[in-house]
Design a protein around this ligand. Sequence first.
Ligand code: ZN
Length: 167
Amino acid sequence: MAKKRKGLIEQLKALIGLEKEPELMGAMCYETHMPSFVTLKCDQCGMEKEYDQFLMTEDDEIIATVQQIQALGYDAKVLRTCAACANKMGFKYKDGTPLLDSVMYCIFYFKNKGQAEYHVTRSEDPDDYKAVLAFLKKEDRFYDRNEALHWVADNKEEIKRMTGITF
Ligand SMILES: [Zn+2]
Protein backbone atom coordinates (compact mmCIF):
# COMPACT_ATOMS: atom_id res chain seq x y z
CA MET A 1 0.00 0.00 0.00
CA ALA A 2 2.70 2.45 1.09
CA LYS A 3 4.80 1.59 -1.91
CA LYS A 4 1.91 2.17 -4.22
CA ARG A 5 1.26 5.62 -2.74
CA LYS A 6 4.93 6.57 -3.03
CA GLY A 7 4.84 5.58 -6.66
CA LEU A 8 1.80 7.80 -7.21
CA ILE A 9 3.51 10.79 -5.56
CA GLU A 10 6.56 10.32 -7.78
CA GLN A 11 4.25 10.21 -10.77
CA LEU A 12 2.50 13.41 -9.68
CA LYS A 13 5.82 15.18 -9.10
CA ALA A 14 6.96 14.21 -12.56
CA LEU A 15 3.70 15.48 -14.02
CA ILE A 16 3.95 18.85 -12.23
CA GLY A 17 7.60 19.12 -13.29
CA LEU A 18 6.62 18.62 -16.88
CA GLU A 19 3.86 21.20 -16.73
CA LYS A 20 6.14 23.79 -15.19
CA GLU A 21 8.86 23.26 -17.79
CA PRO A 22 9.63 26.87 -18.78
CA GLU A 23 11.22 26.07 -22.13
CA LEU A 24 8.12 24.28 -23.24
CA MET A 25 5.93 27.30 -22.41
CA GLY A 26 8.41 29.70 -23.97
CA ALA A 27 8.51 27.79 -27.23
CA MET A 28 4.71 27.85 -27.41
CA CYS A 29 4.54 31.60 -26.79
CA TYR A 30 7.07 32.41 -29.47
CA GLU A 31 5.17 30.33 -31.99
CA THR A 32 1.87 32.09 -31.52
CA HIS A 33 2.65 35.62 -30.41
CA MET A 34 5.73 37.49 -29.28
CA PRO A 35 4.55 40.18 -26.83
CA SER A 36 5.59 43.71 -27.69
CA PHE A 37 4.51 46.50 -25.38
CA VAL A 38 3.72 50.10 -26.16
CA THR A 39 3.19 52.90 -23.63
CA LEU A 40 0.03 54.82 -24.38
CA LYS A 41 -1.48 57.86 -22.73
CA CYS A 42 -5.22 58.19 -22.18
CA ASP A 43 -6.47 61.27 -24.07
CA GLN A 44 -9.06 61.89 -21.31
CA CYS A 45 -7.18 61.54 -17.99
CA GLY A 46 -3.54 61.54 -19.13
CA MET A 47 -2.73 58.24 -17.41
CA GLU A 48 0.08 56.27 -19.05
CA LYS A 49 0.00 52.51 -19.21
CA GLU A 50 1.75 49.70 -21.04
CA TYR A 51 -0.36 47.82 -23.52
CA ASP A 52 0.29 44.71 -25.51
CA GLN A 53 0.57 45.95 -29.08
CA PHE A 54 -0.99 42.71 -30.30
CA LEU A 55 -4.25 43.61 -28.55
CA MET A 56 -4.35 47.18 -29.82
CA THR A 57 -7.07 48.37 -32.10
CA GLU A 58 -6.37 49.75 -35.56
CA ASP A 59 -6.10 53.23 -34.09
CA ASP A 60 -3.91 54.78 -36.79
CA GLU A 61 -6.45 53.94 -39.46
CA ILE A 62 -9.23 55.39 -37.31
CA ILE A 63 -7.27 58.60 -36.63
CA ALA A 64 -6.51 59.01 -40.36
CA THR A 65 -10.19 58.56 -41.25
CA VAL A 66 -11.28 61.09 -38.61
CA GLN A 67 -8.76 63.57 -40.06
CA GLN A 68 -10.50 63.15 -43.43
CA ILE A 69 -13.87 63.79 -41.76
CA GLN A 70 -12.40 66.99 -40.25
CA ALA A 71 -11.08 67.98 -43.69
CA LEU A 72 -14.67 67.95 -44.95
CA GLY A 73 -15.38 70.76 -42.48
CA TYR A 74 -16.97 68.74 -39.70
CA ASP A 75 -16.19 69.21 -36.03
CA ALA A 76 -15.08 65.67 -35.19
CA LYS A 77 -12.39 64.04 -33.06
CA VAL A 78 -11.42 60.67 -31.69
CA LEU A 79 -9.93 60.32 -28.22
CA ARG A 80 -8.01 57.21 -27.28
CA THR A 81 -9.42 56.43 -23.86
CA CYS A 82 -8.51 54.10 -21.00
CA ALA A 83 -11.04 51.60 -19.69
CA ALA A 84 -11.57 53.53 -16.43
CA CYS A 85 -12.55 56.73 -18.30
CA ALA A 86 -14.66 54.88 -20.89
CA ASN A 87 -16.51 53.01 -18.12
CA LYS A 88 -17.07 56.31 -16.28
CA MET A 89 -18.62 57.68 -19.49
CA GLY A 90 -21.07 54.79 -19.40
CA PHE A 91 -19.67 52.72 -22.27
CA LYS A 92 -20.00 48.96 -22.02
CA TYR A 93 -19.54 45.90 -24.18
CA LYS A 94 -22.59 44.89 -26.20
CA ASP A 95 -23.48 42.26 -23.60
CA GLY A 96 -23.57 44.96 -20.90
CA THR A 97 -20.34 44.04 -19.11
CA PRO A 98 -17.79 46.74 -18.16
CA LEU A 99 -14.89 47.41 -20.54
CA LEU A 100 -11.69 45.52 -19.76
CA ASP A 101 -8.47 47.26 -18.78
CA SER A 102 -6.22 45.43 -21.28
CA VAL A 103 -6.92 47.68 -24.27
CA MET A 104 -7.62 51.34 -25.05
CA TYR A 105 -10.99 52.41 -26.45
CA CYS A 106 -11.78 54.90 -29.20
CA ILE A 107 -14.37 57.52 -28.28
CA PHE A 108 -15.71 59.42 -31.29
CA TYR A 109 -17.03 62.97 -30.97
CA PHE A 110 -19.06 64.33 -33.86
CA LYS A 111 -21.05 67.50 -34.49
CA ASN A 112 -23.31 67.72 -37.49
CA LYS A 113 -23.19 71.16 -39.17
CA GLY A 114 -25.01 73.65 -36.93
CA GLN A 115 -25.16 71.25 -33.98
CA ALA A 116 -24.14 72.65 -30.58
CA GLU A 117 -23.33 69.49 -28.64
CA TYR A 118 -21.11 66.57 -29.62
CA HIS A 119 -22.68 63.23 -30.36
CA VAL A 120 -20.41 60.80 -28.48
CA THR A 121 -19.97 57.12 -29.32
CA ARG A 122 -17.41 54.38 -28.91
CA SER A 123 -16.01 52.30 -31.77
CA GLU A 124 -12.72 50.52 -32.31
CA ASP A 125 -13.77 49.32 -35.76
CA PRO A 126 -12.08 51.35 -38.54
CA ASP A 127 -14.87 50.34 -40.93
CA ASP A 128 -17.45 52.26 -38.85
CA TYR A 129 -15.41 55.41 -39.45
CA LYS A 130 -14.95 54.60 -43.15
CA ALA A 131 -18.74 54.23 -43.51
CA VAL A 132 -19.26 57.66 -41.87
CA LEU A 133 -16.64 59.28 -44.12
CA ALA A 134 -18.22 57.83 -47.29
CA PHE A 135 -21.68 58.96 -46.15
CA LEU A 136 -20.48 62.51 -45.43
CA LYS A 137 -18.74 62.60 -48.82
CA LYS A 138 -22.08 61.59 -50.34
CA GLU A 139 -20.52 58.49 -51.83
CA ASP A 140 -22.65 55.38 -52.20
CA ARG A 141 -19.95 52.80 -51.47
CA PHE A 142 -16.63 52.39 -49.65
CA TYR A 143 -13.78 49.94 -49.24
CA ASP A 144 -13.26 48.39 -45.81
CA ARG A 145 -9.80 47.67 -44.35
CA ASN A 146 -9.72 44.33 -46.18
CA GLU A 147 -10.37 46.04 -49.52
CA ALA A 148 -13.89 44.65 -49.66
CA LEU A 149 -16.50 46.95 -51.20
CA HIS A 150 -19.61 47.90 -49.16
CA TRP A 151 -22.71 49.92 -49.92
CA VAL A 152 -23.10 52.91 -47.61
CA ALA A 153 -26.85 52.16 -47.44
CA ASP A 154 -26.07 48.77 -45.86
CA ASN A 155 -24.28 50.57 -43.02
CA LYS A 156 -27.11 52.94 -42.11
CA GLU A 157 -27.35 51.71 -38.53
CA GLU A 158 -23.60 52.17 -37.86
CA ILE A 159 -23.69 55.64 -39.43
CA LYS A 160 -26.69 56.66 -37.29
CA ARG A 161 -25.02 55.30 -34.16
CA MET A 162 -21.72 57.06 -34.93
CA THR A 163 -23.10 60.49 -35.97
CA GLY A 164 -26.54 60.77 -34.43
CA ILE A 165 -27.77 61.76 -37.89
CA THR A 166 -31.12 60.24 -38.77
CA PHE A 167 -31.85 59.69 -42.43
ZN1 ZN B 1 -8.34 57.71 -18.79
